[in-house]
Design a protein around this ligand. Structure first.
Ligand SMILES: [Ca+2]
Ligand SMILES: [Ca+2]
Length: 565
């Protein structure tokens, strides 16, 4: 026997609480004040110091300079500086060496001695000295020995550290390469890095301003670079498995006292942080998500954003900035994605900006989402249906005679439940539960294999939706439509659509919303109900639009709106 409560109710509950849109029109940004209330981007995030060897100790004040400080070979120009790391006044910021004699070697270019690719017979190599890859100075790993430069960093577990180094051979014999490698790990357990990407300069290799093309298709473990190759760039990434001191070591694999120029060592933590931005109601707050307080990276760019939910207002994405303006007190969460090019790939990271509005009006009480319990009196359910359960949340059932329940199902999936009180039972909604409308069914064993059931709306986790539009009073629907199609792929049950348009006239909004719904109808077959929502709260000629999806189950007496922003 299979029972049914017959208590479906005629409620269409809207969970669409805010009007939040994105504008990709590229209009001139409005500069405004904002305050970052807090951010998870920590100033203590470790970084590599002095990667270009530009920060040198004060040579003039050395108490015991090696060879008198800057010096040349065989009467050549003073291009070479040897630093003894055992002499406190000669220590160079960040770097240490493994060389037995404790010497690190720094070099510089001097006017009139530029390396130009011409072999000057009989002259010493320093008349052909390489120009730095960056700044004024560079280092030679092989000071007097085949050794290694290293630097220690307090690493954070799970954080990826992206590094790059420019390497150049020194020896002025055609095709004679210098060799080096990179080893990273806790001191004493260093691991040679493999799979390193190599980028060769595409301009004159003797210039000090290398320009790079695409990465070689093959990656390398040992870097072999000749003088005539110019400054070749190598890039790799490292993820510590322990939170502890991690040593980055740049190590010669060839040469005695000659070879392995290095410069412009970059060390990048790529991270999109969570931040809170204080907003005064009625004013616009714009935050550049690529600023150091919000995301860490190297030339990272804002590549996407979506509104996760919150109070009513407008979210506008422009360049690397996310802008928000609203009148209602409360929070709006906007997820943002930044992209960074590294080693020939585009990497992405995602974080959340919370705009915290104050000084405005209180938002109307939100529709109850998670707090309406399902009622059970054993063996049947009764009372209103429960709507708006988020995956991962707890669904409450109140009532009596819970001892009749043997098993509980949401749709065909058996779910765990536990008694949380004499008259209360809790069902944990699995985090991976697909959005949809489900029957909550109880197998009430005391009455045989009877099933009693109740419709329950499982609310979708919010998904990216709004995209738009133009400064020309026209609706640009292409960006929206690709999302329409992708949302329907995720959940084919989405069959009800709201086309929301806001512009400077209600009539224009109506025309555009109708157009939008017509485009959606063509792009997404199977949508059965369309609703047009018009607004006119903007004073510019921009048009904002959004598509919200919902479920319109076959039983027309039940409709659950889902806000897929
Ligand atoms: Ca430099
Ligand atoms: Ca040397």
């Amino acid at each position: 026997m299979r029972g049914r409560t017959g208590l479906r109710i005629g409620v269409a509950l809207s969970l669409v609480a805010s009007f939040a849109v994105m504008d990709v029109s590229g209009m001139n940004p409005v500069v405004s004040d904002y305050a970052i209330a807090s951010s998870t981007c920590e100033s203590s995030t470790p970084t590599l110091q002095n990667g270009s060897f530009e920060n040198l100790p004060n040579v003039a004040s050395f108490s015991n300079p090696v060879y008198g400080g800057w010096h040349g070979y065989a009467g050549g120009p003073p291009q070479v500086l040897l630093l003894n790391q055992n002499q406190p006044d000669q220590r160079i910021q960040g770097w240490k060496t493994t060389a037995a004699d404790q010497y690190l070697e720094i070099q510089r270019q001097l006017p009139g001695y530029a390396q130009d690719g011409t072999f000057r017979s009989g002259s010493y190599f320093d008349t052909h000295n390489a120009q730095p890859a960056d700044g004024q100075y560079f280092a030679e790993i092989n000071a007097n020995y085949m050794a290694a430069f290293y630097q220690d960093i307090e690493a954070q577990v799970g954080q990826t550290y992206y590094w790059s180094i420019k390497h150049r051979g020194r020896q002025f014999a055609a095709n004679t390469t210098d060799a080096m490698l990179v080893r990273i790990g806790p001191p004493g357990a260093l691991v040679q890095q493999t799979g390193v990407k190599r980028f060769r300069p595409t301009n004159n290799p003797y210039t000090g301003s290398p320009v790079y093309g695409n990465a070689d298709t093959e990656s390398v473990s040992v870097f072999r670079t000749a003088l005539e190759d110019g400054w070749v760039k190598y890039q790799g990434a490292y993820v510590p498995s322990l939170s502890e001191t991690i040593r980055f070591q740049f190590e010669a694999a060839s040469g005695g006292s000659v070879g392995n120029f290095i410069d412009d060592i970059q060390f990048t933590v790529f991270k999109a942080c969570a931040a809170e931005v204080a907003v005064t109601a009625g004013t616009e707050a714009a935050i550049d998500v690529t600023s150091a307080a919000i995301s860490l990276g190297d030339d990272q760019e804002l590549v996407g954003a979506r509104v996760l939910g919150g109070v009513e207002g407008q979210v506008i994405v422009e360049g690397n900035s996310i802008r928000f303006e609203g009148e209602q007190n409360g929070d709006v969460d906007v997820e943002y994605t930044v992209g960074m090019n590294f080693a020939g790939s585009t990497l992405t990271q995602t974080g959340v900006i919370t705009f915290r509005v104050s000084g405005g009006v209180d938002a109307p009480a939100a529709a109850p989402v998670d707090n309406t319990p399902v009622r059970y009196r054993g063996p049947e359910f009764f009372g209103p249906a429960h709507f708006g359960v988020l995956p991962g949340s707890t669904l409450r059932v109140e009532g009596k005679n819970f001892d009749t329940i043997q098993k509980l199902y949401l749709g065909e999936t058996e779910v765990d439940f536990r008694l949380t009180g004499e008259q209360q039972l809790a069902i944990k909604i699995p985090t991976d539960f697909a959005p949809g409308v489900y029957n909550l069914r109880a197998n009430a064993g005391r009455h045989g294999n009877a099933y009693f059931e109740k419709f329950v709306g499982i609310r979708a986790m919010p998904q990216a939706f709004s995209k738009l539009t133009a400064g020309s009073q026209k609706l640009q629907g292409v960006a929206l439509l690709s999302q329409v199609v992708s949302a329907r792929k995720k959940d084919s049950m989405l069959n009800k659509v709201q086309c929301v348009v806001n512009s400077n006239s209600l009539e224009r909004s109506r025309i555009n919303a109708a157009k939008l719904c017509s485009m959606v109808a063509k792009a997404a077959k199977g949508v059965r109900q369309f609703e047009i929502v018009t607004k006119s709260t903007v004073t510019t000629n921009r048009v904002f639009a959004r598509v919200s999806y919902g479920y319109a189950p076959d039983s027309s007496d039940l409709a659950v709106w889902l806000d897929l922003r």
